[in-house]
Design a protein around this ligand. Structure first.
Ligand SMILES: [Mn+2]
Length: 270
């Protein structure tokens, strides 16, 4: 990235975020706030699972200031003229009852077709209706890749102990490989289902969330964009004013963006 791009705020034509799971203890609301305060856009898409009503129903109300601040930031944007479109997901499906309404400047819709600056049309949807596999699959998928290497190393030591106890070798790796393979297959199936849906809708691509697996690629002429999540990966999809799409990983760009902001306020103070 060039230096110029780090001038705060970063300006985009559209920003797409989903799976922020506010109300859930694992939500990375602090990071999300940092991100939101570093960016500006004409249109903000909230692509579902924004508030985790499920989780709060199950485990009681959890609503720290940072979670509230995210909502306040979004509402302030809507008041300030940013077009805000909210597409509820399965964790906030209660909000689907309000589809077609605009509340506090936030337009609630089940699906939406976004036209990029370059004329390309994208179907925006959360994507849970394509989740045909059991509920825990996205989480197995999420855990899979990351834990794989770690568990393989742990397996070595497990078997040293088993050996010492005179027990036969047990391959955790083989067990996990099977699980990871399933997770990979799950992601592939999900992507395929959404690509099919986009093709049927006669659009150039789609933006979804739900499986907490950020991705931006083209499959058989259809652009598949998954904006990821703010529980683990802290990712957002953005559209530039020229209509180019990009996946942002806040963990990777945070320091550069935040340091620039600090430098400038230091300069002003001096
Ligand atoms: Mn979801």
């Amino acid at each position: 990235m060039t230096d110029v791009q780090f001038l705060k705020p970063l300006r985009y034509r559209s920003i797409f975020i989903s799976d922020t799971h506010l109300g859930f203890r694992g939500a990375r609301a602090e990071e999300l706030l940092e991100f939101l305060r570093s960016v500006e856009c004409d249109t903000l898409y909230l692509v579902g699972d924004i508030i985790d009503i499920w989780e709060m129903r199950r485990r009681g109300l959890h609503w720290p200031d940072s979670h509230n601040a995210v909502i306040q930031d979004v509402l302030a944007r809507a008041r300030g003229g940013t077009k805000v479109i909210y597409i509820p997901g399965n964790h906030d499906e209660l909000m689907r009852e309000y589809a077609g309404m605009t509340i506090e400047g936030v337009s609630i819709q089940l699906r939406h077709i976004h036209t990029c600056a370059n004329g390309k049309r994208l179907l925006i949807l959360h994507g849970d209706e394509f989740d045909t596999v059991v509920q825990c699959s996205p989480f197995i998928a999420m855990l899979g890749g990351r834990m794989y290497g770690w568990l393989i190393r742990a397996n070595h030591w497990t078997n040293r102990i088993r050996q010492a106890l005179g027990r036969p070798y047990w391959s955790l790796a083989a067990h996990l490989k099977h699980r990871v393979k399933n997770a990979m297959q799950y992601i592939a199936n999900y992507e395929q289902a959404l690509i099919r849906e986009a093709r049927e809708a006669e659009v150039d691509g789609l933006v979804c969330g739900h499986i907490h697996h950020a991705e931006l690629r083209e499959v058989e002429g259809i652009r598949y964009c998954n904006d990821g999540d703010w529980v683990e990966s802290c990712t957002a999809l953005v559209e530039s004013h020229a209509g180019e799409l990009e996946l942002l990983r806040w963990n990777e760009m945070r320091d550069a963006v935040m340091n620039r902001a600090d430098e400038r306020s230091d300069n002003r103070a001096a």
